[in-house]
Design a protein around this ligand. Structure first.
Ligand SMILES: Nc1ncnc2c1ncn2[C@@H]1O[C@H](COP(=O)(O)OP(=O)(O)OP(=O)(O)O)[C@@H](O)[C@H]1O
Length: 273
């Protein structure tokens, strides 16, 4: 276990995501908000990284910067060696939002096919690919349903299938299971891990849940608010495959405690030894 003061770094080209001294300031009428200050991090291809921290610490801002939805105030950001704008054009990432954001008038199959329609992929391959993705997330048999006919967990699986449809190397996930009950969330955590192992995508996952972060990740990035900063990084050395037993192991408890300590430190609380 480690929480290096300077996060792991690799050469820009080797990293799936590389940020160096990244800053994001939102200019307000009266005051500015430093949403992200001096963030440096390199994410290796195939890693599962969770971003955890209190409300307002810049987790979504960091994800939006990676997705080229906003432009940094200063600093460097590369996605697979490309600028965020180049990466967006090259469709390097899929984005999963907190709310599934499905189109109500399209069936499950049509929702998953949507990005392929937009990209004008050959018609014959669109449906085959969408069906494969639905199988991957365990929704075979539900192709003809409409989003409103599905549970929240199933809707979120459809949005994951949609994000994977064009096979991006990077998956950006913003609290995808935040609105779900604990049991459904644990089930989807297991499914997401299996999917990650099958596809070897790089995943950047925003969460408020310590156990969720520890269970899923190769590393947990702990952030603090006002200004938004990376407080520390915890390596998660739990073996795979991870199961219910993993959650109950002493090592799991130790790692969760380490993440919790960093969160408390960021809040300015005393850290219990
Ligand atoms: N478009 C914007 N304009 C002005 N301020 C913004 C904007 N987007 C975010 N902020 C501010 O930047 C800070 C970081 O916001 P961000 O949404 O990244 O936090 P977060 O860690 O994702 O929070 P939460 O856990 O509540 O989703 C907050 O203070 C927020 O109010």
């Amino acid at each position: 276990m480690s929480a290096p003061a300077t996060p792991y770094t690799v050469g820009t080209d080797a990293a799936a995501v590389h940020l160096r001294n990244l800053n994001m300031v939102f200019r307000g009428a009266g005051s500015d908000t430093i949403a992200l200050q001096d963030a440096t991090l390199a994410i290796r291809p195939g890693e599962f990284i969770s971003l955890i921290g209190p409300s307002g610490c810049g987790k979504t801002t960091l994800l939006r910067l990676m997705a080229d939805l906003i432009t940094p105030t200063s600093g460097e950001l590369r996605i697979g060696g490309k600028t965020p704008a180049q990466a967006r054009q090259a469709r390097e990432y899929g984005y999963v939002f907190q709310a599934p954001a499905l189109m109500e008038w399209r069936t499950v199959l049509q929702n998953v096919m949507l990005p392929l329609d937009v990209m004008n992929r050959p018609k014959a391959t669109r449906e085959t690919r969408a069906r494969e993705m639905l199988e991957l997330v365990g929704l075979t048999g539900f192709e003809g349903r409409y989003p409103w006919q599905l549970s929240g967990g199933m809707q979120q699986r459809v949005s994951i299938a949609r994000a994977l449809a064009f096979d991006p190397p990077l998956l950006l996930m913003d609290e995808p299971f935040g609105a779900l009950d604990e049991i459904t969330r644990e089930k989807l955590n297991g499914e997401l891990l299996r999917l990650w192992q099958d596809t070897r995508k790089t995943v950047v996952f925003v969460t408020h849940g310590i156990t969720e972060a520890v269970f899923l990740s190769t590393r947990v990035v702990v952030m603090t608010a006002r200004p938004g900063k990376i407080e520390g990084v915890v390596d998660i050395d739990l073996p795979h495959p991870r199961t219910q037993e993993t959650r109950e192991s002493p090592r799991f408890f130790e790692l969760a405690t380490r993440v919790r300590e960093l969160l408390r430190k960021g809040h300015g609380f005393d850290v219990e030894e």
